[in-house]
Design a protein around this ligand. Structure first.
Ligand code: SAH
Length: 346
């Protein structure tokens, strides 16, 4: 079965023509897609057209399987895809709007030692429409529509999966979700997080998209990085920083570095010093994330005090940095934790 949400407005126009329908049907279908509706619930098209669509497309690509709400208001969803696979999403609400964290793959093959998404490897890539449907579904749950009436205002590609390992679908998703025919969420409000696939960072720099590039660095020395992130065997930190600089030069957008603090591994003064040295003079920002300890992994988080000490070191050495609020650690907030819990119960 195909996924209607994979289609752009122009592709829907062609589809309508192929189905022998009047051209105004394309706009009606697009409106229904933007409202996050399942095909079987479209109310303004004939039953005959609905049947034609249902013969070819899944009714809706995913549904909420489980929802957990954190004390801080963060909501975490496990969605079930039409093939039964489970992915995750997190909704964070702020004064200015809602940020949705979306998954780009079922599982992940990057193998980072602290991350739960990668424990069982990669199952499959998500299509652009499956990524988009996460946004459509939650936007609709919040009572949002498209354009100015959308409720989801920001999207971060930080759920399970490595976005740049599913490059074409991720780019298509960004184009769909930012299209004026779609939800019209500006690429400037979309963050793409990567463990550092250098060739694809350089490719992204040339897409003409103004997305925020977030690089998961987590260590300032190659040898140390290799112990927690297998991808470090392929690309050096120097290559990653150079790619980040190229990204900044072609987009003008300040790059973000994620640095997950793991006790006794990467929270030493030497690490802070090397990090500062490496980033000196480069307009970027470092997000410190206290590790959300994953029960399958033998790594320890840092205390708040310890994270603050690392932050102070960085600040004294001229690095712009903040400690990210550890959100939702009471609800399996870290990547892949909820999915693993559900899969292990089955
Ligand atoms: N594959 C992408 C997106 C993954 S998740 C990437 O690597 O950037 C987004 C961020 O959460 C990454 O920086 C990732 O390294 C981090 N992360 C994953 N598991 C974590 C955990 N248990 N505690 C803290 N941060 C974690």
């Amino acid at each position: 079965m195909e996924i209607l949400q994979d289609f752009s407005f122009d592709e829907i126009k062609i589809l309508v023509e192929e189905l022998g329908e009047k051209s105004f049907r394309a706009k009606q279908i697009m409106d229904n897609v933007n409202l996050g509706k399942a095909i079987s619930t479209y109310s303004n098209i004939s039953n005959e057209l609905k049947e034609k669509l249902l013969a070819r497309f899944v009714d809706f690509p995913l549904k909420v399987h489980t929802e957990q709400q954190s004390k801080d208001g963060t909501r975490k969803f496990a969605y079930e895809l039409s093939d039964g696979n489970i992915i995750e999403g997190v909704l964070m609400s702020y004064k200015y709007g809602h940020t949705l964290c979306v998954s780009t793959q079922v599982g992940c093959r990057m193998g980072c030692k602290f991350c739960a998404s990668t424990l069982n490897g990669l199952v499959r890539n998500l299509t652009a429409g499956e990524i988009l449907s996460q946004v459509l579904l939650v936007n609709a749950m919040l009572g949002g529509k498209s354009g100015k009436n959308r409720k989801v205002t920001n999207v971060v590609l930080m759920g399970s999966g490595e976005p740049l390992d599913n490059y074409d679908n991720v780019i298509k998703f960004i184009r769909l979700v930012s299209s004026p025919d779609g939800l019209n969420i500006s690429p400037r409000n979309i963050s793409v997080s990567t463990c550092g696939l250098v060739p694809n960072i350089l490719k992204l720099a040339k897409e003409g998209l103004q997305v925020i590039l977030t690089i998961s660095l987590h260590a300032p020395f190659d040898e140390l990085r290799k112990t927690i992130m297998p991808i470090a065997n392929k690309y050096s930190i120097r290559e990653i920083i150079n790619a980040a600089k190229a990204y900044f030069e072609s987009t003008g957008r300040r790059v973000l570095f994620e640095y997950t603090l793991i006790d006794g591994v990467n929270n030493t003064f030497d690490c802070a010093k090397q990090l500062a040295l490496m980033l000196k003079g480069f307009p970027c920002h470092v997000n410190l994330i206290p590790l959300n300890a994953v029960k399958e992994r033998d790594l320890k988080s840092v205390t708040r005090q310890n994270a603050e000490r690392f932050l102070t070191w960085l600040e004294h050495m001229g690095v712009s940095a903040t400690i990210r609020r550890t959100m939702a650690d009471d609800i399996d907030g870290a990547c892949g934790q909820l999915r693993n819990k559900i899969e292990s119960q089955n």
